[in-house]
Design a binder for this molecule. Structure first.
Ligand code: BGC
Length: 383
């Protein structure tokens, strides 16, 4: 029921996203639909707009709160944000919180107390920042939720992310194609790994993939042998590789030790996929299953090249940073930030006007073009 609703609401958003990709295009030659979106956005962000009425002369100090250095992508996000903000003339206060919610709260409090003029926050647990967000609002400091939505707070001016639902549908559609689910007899055995329950994105990844795959589960063509299907059961705290690995170890020992074939593992991202791959390497002797992922982390890209991961989703963090810097710039100059979605991301206190960048399918056939030719990685990074 909940998923169906998500799917209905999100299909509208997907159309909106298809109209406008990530990058400067939306800001420079926005279609009519976008103009409406921006106006609507203004209506939902009165308070935030009020907080941004004073333009900063000659830059200003921007607080950037990142969740952890332990997962590869946030290092890239932080580095890109810092470099691009500096290039745009801002002073940057970049903090990583070791995936510890209290540390992140303290870091944001310090940013507020130290005179940061705008906050960009990639939350650890989107539901645990309510109080500190209220402090930011009280101090008139606008907040941009970065990649992950901050929940139940009216202090969030904007949200910039990749189209999280589309990430999930791309993973689900890949599985349909890879196993030829519409033609093959099956049944195929599948296991499911998603992300941290405190990360709103995880619901969208899981929801997008399950909206594609549920019908094959219902038909009995996909069989989740462990019976572990619902979001709470397949969630992985902190998106932690070791946690995913030990859950996969248990599943293999309990359900596949009899020689049953594991055909596919739906993994919402690369850190969970890596845990699954490590576990399979240690204790699975059957044919290697189809495995999905997201982020094109270096370890996983190497595994794609080696045939141990079937696909990933490339989310160019440079593009997201560019988008967020243009949002920062617009807000700091007293204007409204560019958005292309004003429907999808309700954080419990209202819909947060968002900019969704487009996630890109990646596998061993196109990784060179996506990752190396674009300068994201060097050949040496992937050796
Ligand atoms: C991001 C993913 C990432 C995951 C773990 C999510 O919020 O959107 O790209 O894989 O966090 O870091």
């Amino acid at each position: 029921m909940k998923r169906k609703l998500l799917s209905t609401v999100l299909s509208v958003a997907m159309v909106a996203t298809m109209l406008v990709g990530c990058g400067s295009k939306a800001t420079t030659d926005a279609p009519a639909a976008d103009a409406t979106a921006t106006t609507e956005a203004a209506a939902t962000t009165d308070d935030a707009a009020a907080a941004t009425e004073t333009p900063a002369a000659g830059g200003g100090k921007i607080g950037v709160a990142m969740p952890t250095k332990d997962l590869q992508r946030w290092n890239q996000d932080g580095t890109n944000m810092e470099a691009q903000l500096k290039e745009a003339g801002y002073e940057v206060d970049l903090q990583y919180a070791s995936n510890d919610v209290q540390t992140q709260v303290s870091q944001i409090e310090n940013m507020i107390n130290n005179g940061d003029q705008l906050l960009v926050v990639a939350s650890i647990d989107g539901s645990s920042l309510g109080d500190v967000m209220a402090q930011a609002k009280e101090a008139g400091i606008p907040v941009i939720a970065y990649d992950r939505l901050i929940m139940n707070s009216d202090a969030v001016s904007y949200y910039a992310t990749f189209d999280n639902y589309m990430v999930g549908t791309k993973q689900g559609e890949y599985i349909v194609k890879a196993l030829d689910l519409d033609n093959a007899a099956g049944p195929f055995n599948m296991e499911i790994f998603t992300g941290d329950p405190g990360d709103n994105n995880a619901n969208f990844f899981y929801g997008g993939a399950m909206d594609v795959l549920q019908k094959y589960i219902d038909e009995g063509k996909l069989v989740v042998k462990s019976g572990q299907v619902d979001f709470a059961t397949v969630a992985t705290a902190n998106w932690d590789t070791a946690t995913a690995q030990s859950r996969m170890d248990n599943i293999l020992a309990s359900y596949y030790a009899d020689g049953s074939k594991l055909d596919v593992v739906l993994c919402s991202n690369d850190s969970t996929a890596l845990g699954v791959e490590n576990s399979l390497e240690a204790s699975y002797t059957g044919d290697w299953p189809v495995i999905t992922g997201q982020d094109c982390d270096i370890a996983n890209t190497k595994n794609m090249i080696a045939g141990k991961q079937s696909m990933s989703i490339f989310k160019d963090t440079r593009e997201l940073a560019t988008q967020v810097v243009s949002m920062v710039d617009a807000i700091m100059k007293g204007g409204e930030a560019p958005v292309n979605d004003t429907e999808t991301y309700d954080n419990g206190a209202g819909v947060v006007p968002s900019f969704l960048c487009e996630p890109v399918f990646a596998d061993k056939d196109n990784y060179k073009e996506l990752l190396i030719d674009s300068g994201y990685y060097t050949e040496d990074d992937l050796k």
